[in-house]
Design a protein around this ligand. Sequence first.
Ligand code: OSB
Ligand code: MG
Length: 369
Amino acid sequence: MKVEAITLREIQMPLVHFFETSFGRTTERRILLVTVHTDGPEGWGECVAGEDPFYSEESVETAWYATERYLAPALLGKNVERGADVPALIGKIRGHRMAKCAVENAVWDAEAQLRQVPLWKLLGGTRTELACGVSIGIQNSHEQLLEKIATELAAGYRRIKVKCKPGWDVEIFEKIRARWPEIVLSCDANSAYTLDQIDHLKKFDQFNLLMIEQPLWHDDFYFHAQLQKQLKSAICLDEVIHGRRDAKAAAELGACRIINVKVGRVGGFSEAIAVHNVAQAAGIPVWCGGMLESGIGRSHNIALSTLANFSLPGDVSASKRYWKEDIIEPEVKISPDGFIPLPQSPGRGFKIKNDLIEKLTVKKQVLRA
Ligand code: OSB
Ligand code: MG
């Protein structure tokens, strides 16, 4: 496929409900979309960088800069046959993984269309059923959180993850467990604690949590390993895992028992598959994390989640939890018992709503060879 042009665009989409983590509240998403125009199909990628550099150092602006200045020029005018060929072309550029992911995944997206195979098969997926969980942000009140959990359980979701931070943890776990003693429950601290709060964190053990996600610093393995030794609950690492070496180091150190794989955080499908493989060899189950994606990123997360070691329910949930109208059709839906059916059509399996995307676009740039 000859890469003839690459379009960068920013779309803005209000969330149907605000999403709050230990690092802040989001009410509207600004999303960078990348389109790779080839002499054959057109591939789409979504950049999961946030509005602010609070989850990682990347933001919409840094991703735009990296793509315009370095990533797009590395591909334009070249023959790129496979998504898997992209990392070698952009490997010289350090960091900017979320930006790299959007570009690489757009090429995989085009490749799957060219080869007329479902993207999930191209990635090597074998799972036929995807169990879905939800990530529920910090709410204005405990009552509001319990209500949200009730709604998601009624919708069929198979694992509830609640965001937590000091002051929004043990008390809410108590209330959740009092009402639902048996549900599969986990929590995500997004680095809200320090190791000197270990006695407090040990209290989490009484709630039979499937995992505690990234409790300590965003860039730490070492102290997570110390914490894991003293906790009964499994630690799951998110923020700190940037690639296969990190997954291997975390496994060898005993820093976690579970890994959250986010394709944007590790820099694209190639590295996500490598992380999956390293974790599998180390006996560590993985699941697919979400980053409040629009339908394009969502469809790519679905494809990735079909790899064999994605054995825990992911954060890949229905479009309508986030958007009044998603930018793909059909929207992502889940079955009443909490599974996403796999698309069988070639490519990502969801069509792009071009008119809607144009309407949501606030900034656009077309780069040519
Ligand atoms: O830590 O998983 C996280 C959203 C933004 C930043 C970090 C995280 C999240 C989520 C969103 O939990 C989950 C979703 O997209 O459904
Ligand atoms: Mg997380």
